[in-house]
Design a protein around this ligand. Structure first.
Ligand SMILES: [Fe+2]
Ligand SMILES: [Fe+2]
Length: 307
């Protein structure tokens, strides 16, 4: 997929179909290191340097520090957990696909981390700026994923845990991030865009593996459905809403301070970013999240996991 004509994350993840057989190691080498990443080792055009308003202390800087620290550690944990799927993948294409996904996630962790460095934050920032959120949200999710992938060596369980419960639920926040940082921090928006293109592949291939498995093993449906339901319940008890709200409120203050930089930029068609509120942006991400989950579950044939 070419960077310029790749679909948006939500559109791509909801409508494309890609299998592990299509997205093997050979495909990845050409599409990613030699494709979307060519000339962009840090995930963005190296000519994009931080604008002054991103270098002056204030709410905008605090917002990106909290957001990118959290996302960098989420990607780090995802890379480590996914390595267990490489070890237990049942076929060569699935082994190769998850090996590429491990590298993608390790690279996402790196580019979010490096962007904080480029903005002048100290090297420990990924571990300090979001420490409370990591403990409250990422640690329990990691525990859930490791139990499935490492302790139970459950391949299909791990595939749906990643594609539906973890990445699927985080993808809409990533889409919002790309759109809202676009006028304020173009390098960040490019990093988000690049990671989003990878996410489309992760989500669609994961869903295709799950769909095929359930078609071949209908007796496994109830088990997989209850795993998804258990994962979904976690999202209702973890303080994700509070975290996103706090970040959006910080972003809102930064947005007001730098409204002249943002100008008439539209965050989605017909809606200027400067006219949006924290609540509105969060509600939009929540709506995308629900739509994404429903379309992925319908695709793999497990709509009942939602009820
Ligand atoms: Fe990622
Ligand atoms: Fe991913």
């Amino acid at each position: 997929m070419n960077r310029d004509d790749a679909p948006g994350l939500l559109d791509g993840a909801m409508n494309l179909e890609m299998t592990a057989e299509e997205c093997d190691l050979r495909y990845w080498l050409q599409a990613v290191p030699q494709g979307t990443l060519r000339g962009r080792p840090d995930g963005h055009d190296p000519a994009l340097t931080p604008p002054d308003h991103m270098l002056t202390p204030g709410p905008l800087r605090d917002a990106i520090a909290q957001e990118y620290a959290f996302r960098s550690l989420a990607e780090d944990k995802a890379a480590r957990a996914l390595a267990y799927l490489v070890a237990i993948a049942p076929t060569t294409p699935t082994m190769e696909f998850y090996a590429t996904q491990v590298l993608d996630e390790a690279r996402h962790a790196m580019v979010f981390r490096n962007h904080l460095t480029a903005l002048g934050f100290p090297p420990e920032t990924p571990h300090t700026a979001a420490a409370t959120d990591v403990r409250a949200i990422l640690d329990p999710l990691e525990e859930f994923g490791l139990e499935v992938m490492r302790d139970n060596a459950d391949f299909v369980g791990g595939v749906v845990t990643m594609a539906i419960i973890l990445e699927g639920a985080l993808a809409p926040a990533a889409e919002l991030s790309e759109r809202k940082w676009r006028p304020l921090d173009p390098a960040a928006a490019e990093i988000d865009r690049g990671a989003g293109i990878d996410e489309i592949r992760h989500l669609t291939v994961g869903a295709a593996i799950a769909k095929q498995h359930l078609a071949e093993h209908p007796s496994d449906r109830d088990r997989v459905a209850s795993l998804i339901a258990a994962g979904m319940r976690m999202w209702t008890v973890l303080p994700v809403h509070d975290m996103v709200r706090r970040r959006e409120l910080l972003f809102q203050r930064g947005l007001q301070e730098h409204a002249e930089v943002v100008g008439d930029y539209e965050v989605w068609p017909g809606r200027r970013l400067v006219d949006t509120t924290a609540e509105e942006r969060q509600a939009m991400a929540d709506q995308w999240s629900a739509e994404m989950r429903e379309s992925r579950l319908a695709y793999i044939g497990l709509e009942e996991a939602l009820s």
